[in-house]
Design a binder for this molecule. Structure first.
Ligand code: MSP
Length: 629
């Protein structure tokens, strides 16, 4: 395969269903793909970045019917919204694929014919439980109390004659392949999840839908009464978009293909897709990179809850770069994350306005003030300067390593550590004092700082392209953005400027937190974040005894997932023996206090009215340690 794929990089996002408009979850995956694509471009790789829309299947037809449009008009309209949204948040994909494209449909037919000719597709009757939301059948063990684990709805029982792909033929091969390629699916937790699926016998995959039930799809090339199952159709986009089987792009990029998805579609990507590729005689992709879910205010985002976060609302309010930075900094790739606007504002003010914004503005101001924007090449460096240079070079290497591993939050943490060092260097060097004493030293110090700022700007370019380029222009650099690559950074003090360094308005003017404003207006209010800091759990009282010398207090040992001693003022209302095994609600992270010589670590919640005090308990017996939200 591809002779020159060593310096090539191919990244894809899932192709999104057109049954909904883009939200923060779609935006996250697509921004991650954009960041990693920009990183590889900056590293000198030839890069191809693909995204698109998935336009067949029941779900899309249902959405079109609800909107009162023809299916074609509906998919065109929503696909266009996706296509128009991405450039607005600075996404630079190389191609946008739609599964209704003729070229894609032809490729799907071609693969189907190939797999059919090989004998890996057969006709049979099937009855199964189907979730329309997921567009797939579920086995009983996969269902949660009979419901789809993702949509929490009951699947439909569907029984009909259909075509099946002999996925079971490839089970042993796939297990072996994953064992021999430990980072095929990453992070590891998702690889383990796929391995766990594969411990059970794989069922063959139903890959058709009778036209009388669903006509909106790609016809099967060997039976015109059927259309292709939407997943068998959609997964093929990753190769149809780059010209499978003979296109140059396919030859160059397929061997280095990496997919990004969230955990919701792990099974189709981790199991169906490699088996389909194997059956069609195509090499597997290189990596499947799986991330977690964005929840909103601790819950799932959903239309019915009305808590869908729209990317453009945030990008308009806080700026595209701040939005991109926040998403990549706040989520640990692979784990779930909770989105709140308050945390976005906090990061905006602390990391962007304060750390980065101040470093840039005070440095540029000093260069303009003391040297009219024109620095000379420094002749001698002191130890402190060299330490900062060493630290910067080390950060470049750490950053590259973390980016390649998709640990974006760590890459940003090391960049911010460097920003912190640069700010500290300014505080210790005190250029304002040097200005009256030693011009030559002042020139060297300001050179050192601007050198670090240049490095920071390049490292940040994949995340915040606008901001990085603004900084590079302010630094007077003639070459900016993607043209200023990572491997050009280790030339300390040899910056070529085409213009003097200039001042500019603050990059990130501080945002007044909405919450702070509201809380000033109504001092009694508690922020959601304050509430979320409380660790409230279900407990079960295991031991209870009186405390000598106290009429009110009891010493309790409560199981809250671990055993805790809690002192409670219940002696007047409960006998010790009545309390054993009672379920209670406990605040587990109160600062410990000592009461009558006993250290109490937590508080038990109770109601008080004119008749007395009663313990609160959950409506249904719950596992001790369960969290209350
Ligand atoms: N059409 C299929 C994918 C076919 S790929 C060959 C599909 N579409 S989808 O519109 O439902 O998109 C699912 C993807 O959107 C997730 O895998 C993830 O990339 C992104 N996200 C959707 N909701 C999300 C969150 N709440 N959080 C993070 N990402 C999420 O599945």
């Amino acid at each position: 395969m591809g002779q020159n794929s060593q310096d090539s990089f191919y990244i894809t996002t899932p192709i999104y269903y057109v049954n909904a408009e883009p939200h923060i979850g779609h935006a996250y995956t697509t921004i991650v793909a954009d960041v990693i694509a920009r990183f590889y471009r900056l590293s000198g790789f030839e890069t191809f970045f693909l995204t698109g829309t998935d336009e067949h299947g029941n779900k899309v037809v249902e959405a079109a019917e609800k909107s009162g449009e023809t299916v074609k008009a509906y998919v065109d309209r929503i696909s266009k919204i996706f296509q128009e949204t991405w450039p607005k948040i600075n996404i630079r994909n190389d191609y946008f694929i739609r599964t209704t494209d003729k070229n894609h449909q032809d490729t799907v037919s071609e693969i189907l014919s190939k797999v059919y000719a090989k004998g890996d597709i057969y006709f049979s009757e099937y009855e199964g439980k189907y979730c329309i939301g997921c567009e797939r059948f579920y086995t009983d063990t996969e269902l949660l109390q009979g419901k789809c684990p993702i949509h929490l709805t009951e699947p439909k029982i569907i029984s009909e004659e259909n075509y099946f792909f002999r996925m079971s033929n490839y089970q042993e091969w796939l297990i072996d392949y994953i064992n021999r390629h430990p980072d095929f699916i990453r992070p590891e937790r998702y690889r383990n999840e796929v391995i766990a699926f594969l411990r059970e016998p794989l069922e063959d995959l139903c890959i058709s839908r009778p036209k009388r039930r669903l006509s909106w799809g790609i016809p099967l090339p060997f039976d015109d009464n059927y259309v292709t199952y939407v997943w068998f159709d959609a997964l093929i986009n990753y190769i149809s978009a780059i010209g499978y089987p003979d296109g140059d792009l396919f030859k160059k990029f397929w061997p280095v293909a990496q997919h990004i998805i969230a955990k919701d579609i792990l099974k189709p990507h981790g199991i169906f897709w490699p088996c389909m590729l194997k059956a069609a005689g195509i090499e597997p992709y290189q990596h499947l990179n799986v991330h977690g879910y964005w929840n909103v205010n601790m819950g799932k985002m959903s239309k019915s809850l009305g808590n869908i976060v729209k990317p453009m609302d945030l990008a308009t309010k806080y700026g595209v770069d701040a939005f991109r930075y926040f998403l990549l900094r706040d989520m640990v790739f692979g784990l779930d994350s909770d989105f709140t606007e308050e945390s976005l504002v906090k990061r905006f003010n602390a990391d962007l306005a304060n750390d980065l914004g101040n470093l840039v503005s005070r440095s540029m101001n000093m260069v303009v003030k003391y040297f009219d924007g024109k620095l000379q090449s420094p002749s001698t460096f002191k130890e402190e300067d060299i330490l900062l240079q060493d630290a910067s070079y080390k950060v470049i290497e750490e950053y590259k390593d973390m980016m390649k591993k998709f640990t974006f939050h760590k890459a940003l943490i090391v960049v911010w550590a460097l920003i912190g060092k640069a700010n500290k260097y300014i505080d210790t060097m005190k250029p304002w004092a040097l200005a009256t004493q030693d011009q030559e030293r002042l020139n060297t110090v300001l050179n050192t700082i601007t050198e670090v700022i240049k490095i920071v700007s390049v490292l940040l370019w994949p995340f915040m392209p606008h901001t990085a380029e603004k900084i590079q222009h302010q630094l007077g650099l003639g070459i900016v953005g993607v043209k200023l690559p990572l491997n050009s950074l280790k030339k300390w003090g040899k910056v070529k400027r085409v213009r003097p360094i200039s001042k500019a308005p603050p990059l990130f003017p501080r945002v007044k937190p909405k919450m702070e404003e509201k809380m000033k207006e109504e001092p009694g209010l508690v922020s959601l974040e304050d509430f979320q800091r409380l660790d409230i759990r279900v407990g079960a009282i295991k031991e209870a005894e009186t405390i000598p010398g106290s009429k009110k207090l009891l010493k309790l040992v409560v199981d809250i997932g671990e055993k805790r001693v809690i002192v409670a003022g219940m002696a007047a209302y409960y006998q010790t023996n009545e309390l054993i095994n009672k379920q209670v609600i406990v605040i587990a992270n109160l600062v410990p206090v000592r009461l009558m010589g006993v250290e109490s670590k937590g508080m038990i919640l109770a109601v008080e009215d004119e008749e007395g005090v009663y313990l609160l308990k959950p409506d249904k017996e719950s596992k001790p340690g369960s969290r209350i939200r």
